[in-house]
Design a protein around this ligand. Sequence first.
Ligand code: GTP
Ligand code: MG
Length: 201
Amino acid sequence: MKINSAEFVVSNSKVDLCPKSTLPEYAFIGRSNVGKSSLINMLTGRKSLAKTSATPGKTQLINHFLINKNWHLVDLPGYGYARVSKSTKKVFQKFITAYFEKRTQMVCAFVLIDSRHKPQPIDMEFMQWMGENGIPFCIIFTKADKLKPKALEKNIENYKEEMLESWAEMPEYFITSANTQLGKEDILNYIEGINNELKLS
Ligand code: GTP
Ligand code: MG
């Protein structure tokens, strides 16, 4: 898919205030600093569409971008845990879970994972939550340029092994770099494929 236009639409902290449009939307989610905003800029070919920062926590709102006038790309804040009072129980930030529960136009979420690190409990728990709630998602491994090819391959293999301990199969995944544009075509074609299917149904 070629990106002909990419426009910022609106930022919100409340899912109810997100665009009313029923265009298909694709959400980008992951831990703070994993490279969500950089990846969005790489995919859209717009240098500063989404704001990036070396300091974690730059994206604090639900940001909608309209792409090619026919689908939405959504930059979400990094997830961490929000404390529940009087309990050691931890939950994901409420508005993130509310977004996924309420946005029926959200057709596929991309869960971003830093390719340099071992599987992290918070990412595993988030994907578990997605699975339990029937929310379709893919994995995007980010920052591939920061590793040598062998180390990258090893990390992905480790990740798959760990996933297969709790999942029947490895979700669809992509390996990317915002610096070298690795993975750009594959992700855009994947999105285009879903958009085309939706038009037929
Ligand atoms: P928050 O909005 O704060 O949650 O972060 P984010 O997930 O949007 O991350 P962001 O895109 O702002 O990137 C965080 C840092 O990682 C920045 O310093 C980026 O330059 C760097 N970074 C992101 N993607 C890549 C990549 O593919 N390769 C390299 N080498 N650095 C990257
Ligand atoms: Mg961001």
